[in-house]
Design a binder for this molecule. Sequence first.
Ligand SMILES: *Cc1c(COP(=O)(O)O)cnc(C)c1O
Length: 385
Amino acid sequence: MFTKKLIEHFNTLETPFYYYDTELLEKTLTAIKKSSPKEYHIHYALKANAHPTLLNYIKEAGFGADCVSGNEVKRAIECGFDNKKIVFAGVGKSDKEINYALDHSIFCFNVESLHELQILNQLSKNKNVTANIALRINPNVDAYTHKYITTGLEENKFGINPYEFDQVLLELKNLEHLNLIGLHFHIGSQIQDMTAFKNLCLRVNEINTWFIQKGITPEHLNVGGGLGVNYIEPDKEAIVDFESYFNIFKEFLEVKPKQEIHFELGRCIIAQCGSLISKVLYIKNGINTNFAILDAGMTELIRPALYQAYHKIENISAKSGSTTNKYDVVGPICESSDCFGKAVVLPETERGDLFAIRSAGAYGEVMSNHYNLRDAVKSIFDKEV
Ligand SMILES: *Cc1c(COP(=O)(O)O)cnc(C)c1O
């Protein structure tokens, strides 16, 4: 991935920075389009990475946008996404955010509670418009198959629970500024076991059937995102096996005539396209460990510190065939959790070497912050080199 020419160029730049491979992004987008049937609508989840340059490629590929804040809706609109392809989810949409989205006639609000239905109706009424809504459904299997089991459900802040459906339908009769067009699900993130998606399909079928029996055929079934990527060996699987993913839905989702399917993919589109490039500032030899201290830290990439996420770490300056050593690869931030990897086997490393922290395109730059008054992290793109 990192050619000699590219590394030479990196050496002329101030570190740290994100490097984005837009060629890989384009290939990934093409792979998604190739392996998904035409009637599947793909929305990109902006929260994974909302850089305008990257969004432009995704928009050009014809994808919609999945937003979880008013500013994400704004970013999508500013980047030229078709407002009729924008969906807006989130348990805590503020009036300001809802009003902004109403003003831009987005495709659909994914509504997460009964209370939100009432507020959205009122705000729509104020503007004399009708909002398209999908019910975001709490996808807990037990909640549906054993409807009297409520333990655990109340702890989940996302979505509407199946035991509330009757009440929702009753309420909706009086909420004249809402137009129910679909059902929405999102079961989690970094899912690599396809049986989870199979189970999701089976659950969607049950719930879809329930609504149809009540005389409502949702036009849109939104099955969310969550498809995982290979963090261990990013080069072996730079592009996720989208074929297998979509095949699960083709096989198990019972789609009624005129029903359309929507996806909200984030991580699997953008994760492998980005690396955090950082320079080694110091080597510190301990008794049991050596530390390689980088000029990037949890302020640039928080995932390891936040949830002990694994990222492959490479010394891209090292000559091949050099002896190896074990390093704790850490950042400069005054927090012990500011560590990218413990006992990482790396070539003998010295001050000035460049490190690439791989698979950092999703939930990387977008979560960067200014703790310790750090500079904003920069980003560069393959096409600039
Ligand atoms: C985060 C999120 C996604 C995208 O999740 P990925 O794991 O990045 O694919 C999709 N839909 C909703 C509602 C989300 O909150």
